[in-house]
Ligand binder design. Structure first.
Ligand SMILES: [Zn+2]
Length: 456
């Protein structure tokens, strides 16, 4: 069998799930698999879970075996000594002080790069995501916690002990709320989803009215980011106030980043940002732009992660490639033959490889085509139908550089202002065209691309 050797194994070991993927040298995610991260047990249990998810992934990919893989990259939350492949400290996972790199090298017989997940996230964004045009970039991920990573050229800044860029633990309020790390008033204790949830629950307990009670049917145990977005859309006073405060704190943390590192761009990511970027990012941008000391910066310096969940996987791929002496930044995106062309057949049936669509569909940056089962397009005041950020999230998954939007036979679709903002924030160029032109332009484009085709 011919060794493919341009396929990489990328793994993101998160607090709740382990994501594993096969990624080619151009950054196309070929296959992916996930499984829950074991809550109990030590390193052995986690190793077993890791082996299982990789085995499952390879079973799915009948054409690729372990022997075909060129290298492996793996991201872990916490402090990682990348040179040694040593996980120094990782919260609640039983991997602290273990040589994960050595273990994976033995188990999978591959060259392995292990790194902090947020560092890999920004490496991914720099390779193929929103930060691709920048030389230096700071990534800030807002989720249950807040993590960060700083990159200069193709070098991730690790710090003397591999613990650099722990932006979640810069103190934003002396004596403020207690943080998971033991200190008080950390950014994470003020602006993470955990902090936002805490503030909302306290307010509800104090009798403040909110649509959350209705949206969650009274169960406020877990307030997902998508629920926060729905509450924002309904102008809920409580959620708007709490999120505004979190955004202001985050904005000032970004100001600190600017003063400390002066990166070309700051990339915000994570579930909260992804769901509520149109609300949060302009607040952050304004604070950064109003800076007196550096005379402000262009608001285009604050962006949103375009790779989303794939950022760590693609960063792990980039790091694995660097580990075997290849520079992923040299030839950023080779034309991938794996993009099947879109062919328009008779009576508005579209074909992509073996798939056929007679209703709205999209093709992602990884070349996967799917029916577009989104909410109906709302009607604007002038009678045209609006494409909103909710319609864009799936087609834009995995961070295309260019999105082609086929506006429908009647061309009665229009991008809402929010949709344009959504694309600009993620550095995605877009072309909204009549269907035949959009399909032709898509087929000819040699960049990392995606398409959204409105058939009706
Ligand atoms: Zn802290």
């Amino acid at each position: 069998m011919v060794k493919q050797k341009d396929v990489y194994l990328a793994v993101d070991v998160g607090g709740t799930k382990i994501l594993a993927a096969l990624v080619d040298a151009s950054g196309m995610v070929l296959r992916r698999e996930k499984s829950p991260t074991p809550r109990e047990g030590g390193a052995g249990t986690l190793h077993q879970a890791l082996e299982n998810v990789v085995a499952q992934l390879l079973r799915k990919a009948s054409d690729i075996t372990l022997d075909d893989l060129a290298a492996m990259g793996i991201g872990v939350p916490g402090v990682v000594d990348t040179d040694q492949g040593l996980v120094v400290v990782t919260p609640n996972m039983g991997l602290s002080n273990t040589r994960l790199g050595e273990y994976c090298e033995k188990t999978f017989r591959l060259t392995v790069a292990v790194a902090n997940d947020c560092n890999l996230g920004i490496l991914g964004e720099k390779w193929l995501g929103s930060a691709r045009a920048a030389d230096s970039a700071m990534g800030i991920l807002v989720g249950t916690g807040i993590g960060g990573g700083f990159i200069q050229g193709s070098e991730v800044w690790q710090g003397a002990r591999g613990a650099a860029s722990e932006i979640g633990h810069i103190v934003m309020e002396i004596g403020g709320p207690l943080c998971g790390c033991g200190n008080r008033g950390c950014l994470e204790a003020l602006a993470s989803r955990t902090a936002i949830e805490r503030d909302l629950r306290e307010a509800v307990a104090a009798g403040r009215p909110t649509v959350l009670t209705e949206l969650l049917e009274g169960d406020l145990d877990l307030i997902r980011s998508s629920i926060l977005r729905q509450a924002l859309e309904r102008n809920d006073t409580l959620v708007t106030g709490v999120l505004r405060h979190a955004s202001i704190v985050l904005g000032h943390a970004c100001l600190t980043v600017d003063h400390l590192l002066d990166p070309e761009v700051i990339v915000l990511g994570g579930g909260v940002i992804d769901a509520c970027s149109n609300f949060i990012v302009p607040i952050v941008q304004k604070i950064v732009a109003d800076d007196c000391l550096a005379a402000g910066r262009d608001t285009s310096g604050v962006l949103v992660s375009s790779l989303g969940d794939d950022a760590v996987l693609l960063g792990a791929t980039a790091m694995a490639r660097l580990r075997i002496g290849e520079n992923p930044f040299k030839k950023r995106f080779a034309v991938a033959s794996s993009y099947p062309p879109i062919v328009r057949g008779k009576s508005d049936v579209y074909e992509l490889g073996s798939k056929r669509f007679d209703a709205d569909f999209y093709v992602t940056a990884s070349g996967k085509a799917k029916r577009h089962r989104a909410e109906p397009y709302p009607t604007s005041l002038d009678g045209s139908r609006l494409l909103t950020p909710q319609h864009l999230s799936r087609p834009c998954r995995g961070g295309p550089h260019v999105l082609f939007i086929a506006m429908g036979a009647k061309s009665d679709l229009k991008l809402s202002d929010d949709a344009c903002l959504y694309l600009r924030q993620r550095a995605i160029e877009w072309h909204a065209l009549p269907n035949d032109e959009a399909v032709e332009a898509y087929n000819e484009c040699a960049d990392r691309k995606a398409a959204l085709v409105h058939v009706g």
